[in-house]
Design a protein around this ligand. Structure first.
Ligand SMILES: Nc1ncnc2c1ncn2[C@@H]1O[C@H](COP(=O)(O)OP(=O)(O)O)[C@@H](O)[C@H]1O
Ligand SMILES: [Mg+2]
Length: 292
């Protein structure tokens, strides 16, 4: 069963930084092209993809990239046999079961979205093996999805002109990520998403977690300095700040190096992610000592 989603516009924080990406992305989508949001983890790609899909105003379907995804799953598959049960209304003892040897065909999310003209979000699509994504080539270029012979349907699905696709990916140096096929990259417009400016991240923290502006800024500066000094710049600060910020907010813990609970919270959240080496612990201790 495929779930068709609707975006929740209230959750999206718009700033100059996000607005200029949205403006470009919408332009390409409106001209009929698929777009690809590429960037490090935690830079807001999935959130942005959902927001864009919401702005397009069509129902959206979501696929997550997955090492085990097979190309048949991307197109659809035959599932089970149809069985008809006929109950005779006059003679109750008669129960006739007809086995109809036709298999029933189930559209995949891609095929459903293409057929109906929905917006497809394929999140972290380069976690799937490149060959599993082959069906996308003809979907984006020839606007056709070729169905397998056993689909007992017509041989192909013509892509509805309203169909749009939004891809997201993490850079290729991430674990569990495959190199993206050039042929696929060639059929979409890629927008590289970097770390948001501090004002955008502050506004997201304030809106999503309810921290006041001063605490949000203190927390962001702490985490940014820590990542910079510990040379951990592969992911953005946002996810970590959202976690620490929410726990501070829920438990009335002040963002302060003088507070033991705050210090313990930072150690728990940061060291588990960025390594437990003595050197990293020392960097964090030093930064917390300096935080009023
Ligand atoms: N513009 C935004 N408005 C509101 N929340 C955002 C925004 N951008 C990112 N977030 C929040 O930041 C976190 C990371 O964003 P996400 O979209 O999951 O990043 P990515 O997909 O790049 O790893 C999420 O909790 C998300 O809700
Ligand atoms: Mg994501």
């Amino acid at each position: 069963m495929t779930t068709v989603l609707q975006a929740n516009p209230r959750q999206f924080v718009s700033t100059e930084f996000t607005k200029q990406i949205v403006r470009r992305a919408l332009r390409y989508l409106q001209s009929g092209f698929a777009i690809h949001l590429r960037g490090p983890a935690g830079t807001g790609k999935t959130t942005l993809a959902m927001h864009l899909a919401g702005l397009l105003g069509r129902p959206m379907v979501l696929i997550y990239g997955d090492e085990d995804l097979r190309s048949s799953q991307l197109i659809g598959s035959s599932s089970g046999y149809t069985r008809k049960k006929v109950v005779d209304n006059y003679i109750h003892s008669v129960l006739k079961v007809e086995d109809d040897m036709r298999q029933s065909w189930v559209d995949s999310r891609l095929t459903l979205a293409a057929r109906e003209g929905f917006t497809l979000i394929y999140d972290e699509f380069n976690r799937s093996r490149p060959e599993a994504n082959n069906a996308l080539l003809s979907t984006l270029e020839e606007k056709l999805i070729v169905l397998p012979p056993d689909s007992s349907q017509s041989e192909y699905v013509r892509v509805n002109p309203l169909f749009r696709a939004i891809f997201t990916s993490n850079p290729e140096e991430y674990a569990g990520v495959h190199p993206t096929q050039d042929a696929l990259l060639d059929r979409m417009v890629t927008i590289d998403i970097g770390e948001a400016d501090i004002d955008t991240e502050k506004q997201i923290l304030v809106t999503r977690v309810g921290l006041d502006r001063i605490q949000a800024l203190k927390l962001l500066n702490l985490i940014r300095s820590f990542r910079y000094k510990a040379e951990q710049t592969k992911t953005s600060s946002l996810r970590v700040c959202l976690i620490i910020g929410k726990i501070c907010q829920d438990h009335e813990i002040p963002v302060s190096g003088q507070n033991a609970d705050f210090r313990a919270l930072c150690f728990d959240v940061l060291l588990s992610r960025y390594g437990k080496s003595a050197q990293i612990a020392e960097i964090l201790t030093h930064l917390l000592d300096q935080l009023p």
